[in-house]
Design a protein around this ligand. Structure first.
Ligand SMILES: Cc1cc2nc3c(=O)[nH]c(=O)nc-3n(C[C@H](O)[C@H](O)[C@H](O)COP(=O)(O)OP(=O)(O)OC[C@H]3O[C@@H](n4cnc5c(N)ncnc54)[C@H](O)[C@@H]3O)c2cc1C
Length: 343
């Protein structure tokens, strides 16, 4: 992983990774189809269709009705005991249970096919770019996707300027991606925080539908998969393997409480980091300077890889705190950031 500051200072960020550790890059089109096939081979019935609405039960233990269309038929329905809504940021399941809204960022990316020599540079490298030019409050990226790269950026504050930021990231990476052919363009909302309601009755929301994307890193794939598994396991446990009807308290206890206990602090910490370091070019320069520090790299990757805030030694943490203040002062930003934090 290489991170570029607004003034294009580059720092390699991954020096402390052990031989068995890596930052995974994946193509959703491949992963999703693998997961679908695995579910089917484990006994699930796969129905390819578009859910149009969810009818709520008329009495305590009566079923939910999922209405959906398929390629061949416009009116189909399915009666179910429990619904796990994993239908993304525009979740119809969330709307059906009045789960409330969240603020969204927008992420935009172009999949670009490079010539073989240019692709060789990205074979084992992901790049992050920060600066007002590429995003006022997030980062831009060039991520390898096996035989092509994804070049993109995101923002909450200034969504209508997303195409300007996209042009800027292409310019920043120009020498490495020029001559490439755009093969796909993707743009999608990214939730900024969890929905006000994530469980209602026998319906639970997971992944983007629930609002599980971390600030700062914009990571949502791991948390979507993890919340889906945690919720599924919770349903199996509470229903005693499908022998007993479950209720809202079961979903709260087996899924939501467990989720919050495990991840709320990670989400809060990354929110704080985004507010401290992504607010101005001066603080972004400080961030890149700090990323050069081995202790920062170790703590970051221990937390990122194992999804648990890593615990350091007190004396190292004090040194890191002083180093952070030092970097912010050197980069001329301590007054603004501290004021932002206190406010
Ligand atoms: C451009 C971009 C880049 C990103 N980069 C990263 C990254 O590098 N790392 C990372 O961790 N995260 C990244 N994210 C965030 C990540 O993609 C999401 O957090 C993650 O995909 C959430 O997974 P999900 O399964 O909850 O939702 P989704 O991936 O949105 O999947 C929802 C699924 O539900 C289906 N669906 C929706 N509505 C219906 C309906 N009515 N009926 C039937 N099916 C329906 C959709 O077709 C889709 O298959 C990125 C997001 C974007 C937009």
């Amino acid at each position: 992983m290489r991170i570029f500051s607004p003034s294009n200072i580059a720092v390699d960020f991954g020096k402390t990774l052990k031989p068995n550790e890596f930052i995974a890059m994946l193509r959703r089109e491949v992963l999703d189809s693998f997961l679908r096939s695995r579910a089917v081979s484990a006994g699930a019935t796969h129905i390819s269709g578009l859910v149009t609405s969810l009818d709520l039960p008329t009495s305590q233990n009566s079923p939910y009705t999922i209405n959906y269309t398929t390629k061949t038929s416009s009116r189909n329905s399915l009666a179910v005991d429990v619904v796990i809504g994993a239908d993304g940021a525009n979740s119809r399941v969330a709307k059906s249970i009045n789960a409330g809204d969240y603020t969204c960022a927008i992420a935009f990316q172009e999949r670009i096919k490079l010539s073989d020599d240019k692709m060789a540079y990205y074979e084992n490298l992901a790049e992050m770019y920060i600066g007002d030019d590429v995003s006022p409050d997030f980062y831009a990226w060039v991520f390898p996707k096996c035989d092509h790269v994804a070049v993109g950026t995101g923002t909450v504050k200034s969504k209508h300027d997303i195409k300007l930021y996209q042009r800027a990231i292409r310019e920043r990476a120009m020498s490495k991606i020029n001559g490439g052919k755009v093969i796909k363009i993707e743009a999608h909302p990214i939730p900024e925080h969890p929905r006000p309601v994530r469980v209602r009755g026998r319906v639970a929301l997971v992944g983007d539908a629930a609002g599980y994307v971390t600030k700062c890193s914009g990571e949502g794939i791991y948390f979507a998969a993890k919340s889906g598994r945690m919720c599924g396991n919770g349903v199996v446990k509470a229903s005693e393997g499908g022998m007993k009807m479950i209720n809202e308290c079961d979903l709260m206890r087996e899924y939501l409480k467990e989720w919050d206990a495990k991840y709320v602090n990670t989400f809060r910490f990354l929110d704080l980091l985004q507010r401290v370091f992504y607010g101005s070019n001066a603080s972004r320069e400080a961030l890149v300077e700090l990323c050069g520090d081995e202790y920062v790299q170790r703590m970051t990757f221990d937390s990122y890889l194992y999804k648990k805030l890593a615990r350091g030694k007190v004396c190292d943490d004090v040194k890191l705190f002083m180093g952070t203040i030092g970097s912010l002062i050197r980069c001329n930003d301590v007054g603004t950031r501290m004021k932002g934090l206190i406010l």
